[in-house]
Write a protein that binds this ligand. Structure first.
Ligand SMILES: C[S@@+](CC[C@H](N)C(=O)[O-])C[C@H]1O[C@@H](n2cnc3c(N)ncnc32)[C@H](O)[C@@H]1O
Length: 394
C-alpha cells in the first residue's frame, strides 16, 4: 500500500514528510515543514482521496498525529487535497429543522466545554467573535474592545436605553455597553457554563443593576417592543436557514419602532450554499458546530427586509476574522499543556484543527462575516437615524 501511496504523492511539491509508524518514511521535498505520523497503516488507503474532513477525522481519532506549525499543517493538508482531488465543489450541506432541544444540545456541546479552556486563548473579556482591527498589528484584546465599541457606536446607544443582546456569550458586550454607554442590557444565552461565568464577571464589575443575563432561547423572549436596540453577535449561525425568517421576525417584534438592530455573523461564500474548502465544512458540522448553518449575505438581507427591518449598512470583516482566529489559534498552541489538563484529548485535537482551519478558511475566502445594521421604521416610514455615518467615526 505504501508503494502505491508514494507513487500517488510523488508529483506533489509539498513540504511534507509522511512517516508510517514502525515502517517507511517519505519526504516530498528536502527539509519538510510538516510531518504526518501515520499510526494506522489502513489510513494510507483513505489518503489516496484526502478531503480535509477525512484528514481531520484521522487526526481526531488518533489514526494520525501531526508535527509542525499548525498553520503549516492546514495549508499542506489543503494543498495535498487539491493536488490529488482538484477543487471540490460539494453540494450544499443538508438543512435541518431546528427546534429548541436540538439547538440547546448543540450549544451545550460547544460552549459548555470548559470556561477555563476558553479563557486560555480568548482575550481577557472572553469575546468569542470576530475582532475589529483598526491596524492589523493590534493586539487581540485591543481588537475586541474596538469591536465592542464599534457595535455600540453603530447602534447609537444613548444613556437609559434598553439593549437586548441575543447570544450574549460571556457578557463582554453587555458589560461594555452598560459601563461606557450607560444602557440597561438584557442578554440571553443557551450555555449554562457561559451564563455562570458571565454573571460572576458582571457582579465583580458591579454592573448587576444594569446587566441582566439569563438562560433563554431567542424563541422564548416574552412580550413585544421591549427594547430600544438589539444586537446579535456570532449567534445567527446557529439559527438555521429554515428558521431565519422566524428569527428576524422575533428581532423585529422585540425592538421598538424607530429602533436599530445589528446582526453580526458569518455568511456563506455562495448564494446557492455549495461548499468550498475541500470538505472542511463537514468536519465543522460533525465535530465543532453541530447543525450550524451559514446563510449567504443576500439571504440574510432578504429575510430582514421581508420581516420589516430596513437595512442601513453592511460591513464585511472577513480578514478581521482571519486575524482574530490566528490570535486564538496561536494562543492555544502556546498553551497546549494547560489545555490538555482542561479538556479531553479528542476535544483538544478538534479545537486545534478548527481554530487554525477557520483562520485559513477566512483568509482563503471560503466564508465571510458581515455586520448588518437595520432599523425598524415607524408606521409612517420615518426614523431618526443620523443622516450620515460621521458620528460613528468621530
Ligand atoms: C459564538 S457565541 C458569541 C457570543 C457573544 N455574542 C460574543 O461575541 O462573544 C454564540 C452565542 O449564541 C448563543 N445562542 C446560540 N443559539 C441560541 C439560541 N437559540 N438562543 C439564545 N442564544 C443562543 C450561544 O449560547 C452563545 O452565547
Amino acid at each position: 500500500m505504501f508503494a502505491q501511496f508514494s507513487e500517488t504523492l510523488a508529483g506533489l511539491q509539498l513540504p511534507l514528510r509522511v512517516v508510517v509508524k514502525g515502517g517507511p518514511t517519505l519526504d516530498l521535498t528536502e527539509d519538510p515543514r510538516v510531518t504526518l505520523l501515520i499510526n494506522d497503516p489502513n489510513l494510507l488507503g483513505d489518503m489516496q482521496a484526502p478531503t480535509l474532513d477525512k484528514l481531520g477525522d484521522a487526526y481526531v481519532s488518533q489514526r494520525m498525529d501531526i508535527q509542525g506549525d499548525i498553520m503549516d499543517v492546514i495549508e499542506v493538508a489543503d494543498r495535498l487535497s487539491k493536488g490529488l482531488l482538484g477543487e471540490l465543489a460539494s453540494p450544499p450541506v443538508e438543512r435541518t429543522e431546528h427546534d429548541r432541544q436540538m439547538d440547546a444540545e448543540a450549544i451545550s456541546y460547544h460552549y459548555d466545554l470548559s470556561n477555563d479552556f476558553y479563557a486560555l486563548w480568548l482575550d481577557p473579556q472572553m469575546v468569542y467573535s470576530c475582532g475589529y482591527f483598526r491596524n492589523p498589528e493590534d493586539s487581540l484584546a485591543t481588537a475586541q474592545t474596538q469591536k465592542l465599541d464599534h457595535l455600540c457606536r453603530k447602534l447609537r446607544l444613548k444613556p437609559g436605553e434598553r439593549l437586548l443582546d441575543v447570544g450574549c456569550g460571556w457578557g463582554g458586550l453587555a458589560r461594555h455597553a452598560a459601563r461606557f454607554y450607560d444602557v440597561e442590557v438584557h442578554g440571553i444565552t443557551l450555555s449554562k457554563a457561559q451564563l455562570e461565568l458571565a454573571n460572576r464577571r458582571t457582579a465583580e464589575a458591579g454592573l448587576e443593576d444594569r446587566v441582566r443575563l439569563e438562560l433563554l432561547d431567542y424563541r422564548d423572549l416574552p412580550g413585544r417592543e421591549n427594547f430600544d436596540k438589539i444586537v446579535s453577535v456570532g449567534m445567527f449561525e446557529h439559527v438555521g436557514h429554515r428558521n431565519l425568517d422566524r428569527y428576524f421576525a422575533i428581532l423585529h417584534e422585540q425592538v421598538k419602532p424607530g429602533g436599530l438592530v445589528m446582526n453580526h455573523g458569518i455568511t456563506a461564500k455562495h448564494v446557492d450554499g455549495r461548499q468550498v474548502g475541500q470538505g472542511a465544512g463537514k468536519f465543522i458540522g460533525r465535530y465543532v458546530f453541530p447543525h450550524g448553518e451559514l446563510p449567504h449575505l443576500s439571504m440574510a438581507i432578504a429575510s430582514m427586509s421581508e420581516q420589516g427591518l430596513e437595512v442601513l449598512d453592511v460591513e464585511g470583516l472577513r480578514l478581521h476574522y482571519a486575524r482574530t482566529l490566528e490570535h486564538w489559534s496561536r494562543n492555544l498552541e502556546q498553551r497546549l499543556e494547560e489545555a490538555a489538563e482542561l479538556v479531553s484529548d479528542k476535544a483538544l485535537r478538534i479545537w486545534r484543527i478548527y481554530l487554525a482551519g477557520c483562520a485559513y478558511g477566512f483568509r482563503r475566502n471560503w466564508m465571510n462575516i458581515h455586520q448588518i445594521l437595520a432599523v425598524k421604521p415607524h408606521a409612517d416610514g420615518s426614523h431618526h437615524v443620523p443622516w450620515t455615518r460621521d458620528d460613528i467615526y468621530r
